[in-house]
Design a protein around this ligand. Structure first.
Ligand SMILES: [Cu+2]
Length: 284
């Protein structure tokens, strides 16, 4: 029992080292390699912080285990000795973490700018949003501008983001984008706080009620990738799974066209057109 706590606290850093070592290769953090340039840069930052926290956790646990082990090995008849703290130690463990945090804050500035600062967004997406994505309990509602809609300036974009227009097109839990192209969406929430998380792209952004937050990203591969909600937003949080579908320019146009046809369909015309042939069938 003398050595129990010492061994207990030495055991956990060993588990931590093993887990941290195998986690990236096992895909425990992210599914597969990051997609796009931005995905790679975000993953690099993630890995940097991951290494720092691993070293800190293991370091402090080893320190704790060492102190406990030293105490357990001591002559048990000795009187206890009380410390009233150490000034120099306090200074060291205040300055070192502050320095590390300051380093992370400065080191990530470039990525933050390219990913978050509106004026740094590429020209082609400045006044060219492809959709407004509105999170609500418990789904993602997507509103595309009418095909061919051109926004003259930022004020017009802001106006459109907040006020739907008659020609807008809608879909649920399926965001279509053009592959290989930087696209910009506006993120909104209808009720509580949600979080737009695309693991493959390494993008995560909160959807905050009352705000319309622009984000831009690029897909490099055709096909589907998951879009999840990363903020516990209520009992049905687990259901907020959607897809981002990257397709060619042509496919994207025909998708919007199809959506437009479906939504402008009056519910009668097709039926009337279909009647003569069905009559024929019946006569046979
Ligand atoms: Cu949610």
């Amino acid at each position: 029992m003398k050595y129990f706590w010492a061994l207990f606290f030495i055991f956990w850093p060993i588990v931590a080292i093993v887990c941290c070592w195998i986690a990236p290769s096992q895909g425990w953090w992210f599914p597969g390699a990051p997609e796009g340039k931005m995905g790679g840069r975000i993953e690099d930052l993630f890995n940097l912080i991951y290494v720092i926290t691993t070293i800190t956790f293991v370091g402090t646990q080893v320190g704790l285990g060492f102190v406990l082990l030293k105490a357990a090995m001591k002559d048990q008849t000795q009187k206890a000795w009380y410390s009233h703290g150490s000034h120099s130690l306090e200074v060291i463990w205040t300055i070192v973490p502050s320095g590390i945090l300051l380093f992370i804050a400065l080191y990530q500035l470039d990525t933050w700018r390219d990913f978050r600062i509106q004026s740094a967004a590429p020209d082609q997406v400045q006044n060219n949003p492809i959709a407004v994505v509105t999170a609500r309990q418990f789904e993602w509602r997507i509103r595309y501008p009418e095909p061919g809609r051109v926004f003259k300036n930022k004020a017009e974009v802001d106006q459109w983001v907040r006020n739907p227009e008659p020609g807008d097109l809608y879909s649920v839990n399926e965001l279509h984008v053009t592959v290989g192209e930087m696209v910009k969406i506006y993120l909104r929430s209808e009720d509580v706080q949600h979080s737009f998380f695309v693991p493959r792209l390494r993008i995560k952004q909160d959807a905050v009620p009352g705000m319309a937050i622009p984000i831009w990203f690029e897909t490099t591969q055709m096909g589907e990738r998951e879009l999840l909600c990363a903020e516990l937003c209520g009992w049905g949080h687990y259901k907020m799974k959607a897809r981002i579908i990257a397709e060619t320019d042509e496919e994207h146009h025909s998708f919007l066209k199809r959506l437009q046809q479906e939504q402008s369909y009056d519910g009668v015309t097709k039926l009337l057109l279909a009647t003569p042939s069905s009559h024929k069938k019946n006569n046979h």
